[in-house]
Design a binder for this molecule. Structure first.
Ligand code: FRU
Length: 424
C-alpha cells in the first residue's frame, strides 16, 4: 500500500497532512482552547426529543441568515423514550443513556425558529416520513438560495450505504412562526468511490458524510466539503515519514495507527445548481492520526481559508490523543497547503474534567461556536452523569492568523443571524 503522498502525488493538488508530530502538540486544558465548564443544571430545549448536530440556515458564502426576522436552525433529532419498556432498566427506571446512545439509528432532520437567535421554538420534521430513501437522516447543511425562500438541504442518507443527497424546499414565514414546505424529492449526488474515498466494502467502519457546500470567495465556483476516510482496504494504509512528521527520538513507533485514516473531502460542482458533482482528492488527511474528521466547514477571513472539523478522543490513533472538540487548519488558498491552527490543530476542546460535555462544534464567521451537550458529570468522581441532547452555551472565539483564542461565553444555543433576508 502507498503512503498518502504516493497515493495522491500525481493529482492536481496534494492533500495537506495532519501529522502525528502536529498531534503531539495537542494540550488539553489550555484555557485559550478549552470550552468553559458546562454546568449540570443546564436547561433542556425540548423534553420529547434529543437534539445533537445543529445546522444554522446560511447562504453559500457561509453567513448565518435569518428570514423576515426569523432565525432558523436544523438539528439531527430523535424521540426520547421515557416510557418505552425497551429503555427501562431492571428497576423500571428510564435508562436515558442507552436511549441517547441509540439515537444515531433513528436520526431525523428537524427545524426550529426564533426571533432572538435563542430559545428555539419547535418547527417539526423537514421531510415527511418516507421521503428520505434510507433509515437515517444524518448531518448536512441547509442553504437559503434566494429571496423567494428556496432552500437546498444537503445531507447524508445513511443505512443502507451512505449517500450525499439534496432535497429542495422553501421556507415560509408568518407573524407567528416559520414552516418548511416542499422537501419532497431527494436527489442522490454521490457516494464514496473506493479510489480516493474509502467505501463500506473496504472498511465496515468507513465514514462518508456531512456535506458542506460553499462558494469559494476567490474563484466564485461552487464546492462542497465532506467527511471521508482515505480509500483502501482497512489495515492496508501506510503511515510513512510524511504522516509521522518531525517527531522527537522515541516517537517513531506508529503502533497500529494505520487503522486511523480520516480525511476532509472536497467536490466541485459541474453546474450552477449543484446537481452534478465531481469528487476531488481530499484537502486534508489524518492517516496515522485520527479516524474521524467530521462536519468539516470553513470560515473565510482575512483572505484566508480557515478549515474546521470535529473529532473525538476515541478516534485518535495509537500514541496520540486529544479532547473531543473542534480542530482547525488554515491556508492562503482553497487547495492548501493547510497548517494546523495553534500548532496542533486543537481549537476548542472539552476540559479533561468533563470530557464528554459537548460535541459537534460549528464555527460561524462571526467567531461564535455552537455545539450540543452530550453528558455532564453530576458528582465529583464523574461516575454519575446527566445526558444532554440539547444546545450547549455558545462560545465566542477570536481567530487571529495562525491562532485562536476563547474570549466569551453566551447563552445556550445562541446563534444570532449575520444577515436578514426579506422574502418577496
Ligand atoms: C457528528 C456526527 C455526524 C453524523 C451524525 C450522526 O456528531 O457523527 O458526523 O452525520 O453525527 O448522528
Amino acid at each position: 500500500m502507498k503512503t498518502t503522498t504516493e497515493k495522491f502525488g500525481a493529482t492536481p493538488h496534494q492533500p495537506s497532512l495532519w501529522t502525528r508530530a502536529d498531534a503531539l502538540k495537542v494540550r488539553a486544558d489550555d484555557p485559550t482552547t478549552t470550552q468553559p465548564l458546562v454546568s449540570a443544571d443546564f436547561p433542556v430545549l425540548n423534553n420529547d426529543v434529543f437534539i445533537w448536530d445543529t445546522m444554522p440556515l446560511r447562504d453559500l458564502d457561509g453567513n448565518v441568515t435569518s428570514v423576515d426576522g426569523w432565525s432558523v436552525i436544523f438539528t439531527l433529532t430523535a424521540d426520547r423514550h421515557p416510557n418505552d419498556p425497551q429503555y427501562l432498566d431492571e428497576d423500571g427506571n428510564y435508562d436515558i443513556l442507552r436511549d441517547w446512545n441509540d439515537r444515531h439509528g433513528r436520526a431525523k432532520m428537524y427545524y426550529w425558529f426564533s426571533r432572538t437567535g435563542k430559545n428555539w421554538e419547535f418547527g417539526g420534521r423537514v421531510m415527511a416520513e418516507g421521503v428520505s430513501p434510507t433509515a437515517r437522516e444524518w448531518a448536512g447543511t441547509p442553504i437559503l438560495l434566494n429571496d423567494r425562500g428556496e432552500v437546498d438541504l444537503y445531507y447524508t442518507a445513511v443505512t443502507p450505504g451512505a449517500t450525499i443527497v439534496k432535497v429542495r424546499g422553501r421556507v415560509v414565514t408568518t407573524e407567528h412562526g416559520v414552516s418548511m414546505v416542499g422537501f419532497e424529492k431527494v436527489k442522490p449526488l454521490f457516494e464514496a468511490d473506493g479510489n480516493m474515498y474509502q467505501t463500506e466494502a473496504q472498511n465496515a467502519f468507513w465514514g462518508f458524510r456531512d456535506p458542506w457546500p460553499f462558494r469559494d470567495p476567490k474563484d466564485g465556483k461552487l464546492y462542497m466539503l465532506f467527511e471521508g476516510n482515505v480509500a483502501g482496504e482497512r489495515g492496508s494504509h501506510k503511515v510513512g515519514e510524511a504522516e509521522i512528521g518531525d517527531v522527537p527520538p522515541g516517537y517513531e513507533d506508529v503502533g497500529n495507527s494505520r487503522y486511523q485514516t480520516a480525511c476532509v473531502g472536497i467536490a466541485v460542482a459541474r453546474d450552477a445548481d449543484g446537481d452534478d458533482w465531481e469528487m476531488l482528492p481530499p484537502l486534508l488527511t489524518a492517516v496515522g492520526v485520527n479516524d474521524q474528521t467530521e462536519r468539516p466547514h470553513f470560515v473565510f477571513q482575512d483572505g484566508k481559508y480557515y478549515l474546521f472539523t470535529i473529532s473525538h478522543t476515541f478516534t485518535y490513533a495509537d500514541g496520540v490523543t486529544g479532547p473531543d472538540g473542534v480542530y482547525g487548519f488554515v491556508a492562503d488558498s482553497l487547495f492548501g497547503p493547510y497548517v494546523p491552527l495553534n500548532g496542533s490543530g486543537l481549537v476548542l476542546g472539552n476540559p479533561s474534567s468533563q470530557p464528554f460535555q459537548t460535541y459537534s462544534h460549528y464555527v460561524m464567521p462571526n467567531g461564535l461556536v455552537t455545539s450540543f451537550i452530550d453528558s455532564v458529570p453530576t458528582d465529583e468522581a464523574g461516575t454519575q452523569i446527566r445526558v444532554g441532547g440539547t444546545e450547549a452555551p455558545t462560545v465566542g472565539m477570536k481567530i487571529k492568523g495562525l491562532q485562536t483564542f476563547v474570549v466569551a461565553e453566551y447563552d445556550y444555543g445562541y446563534i444570532p443571524p449575520m444577515l436578514d433576508v426579506t422574502l418577496k
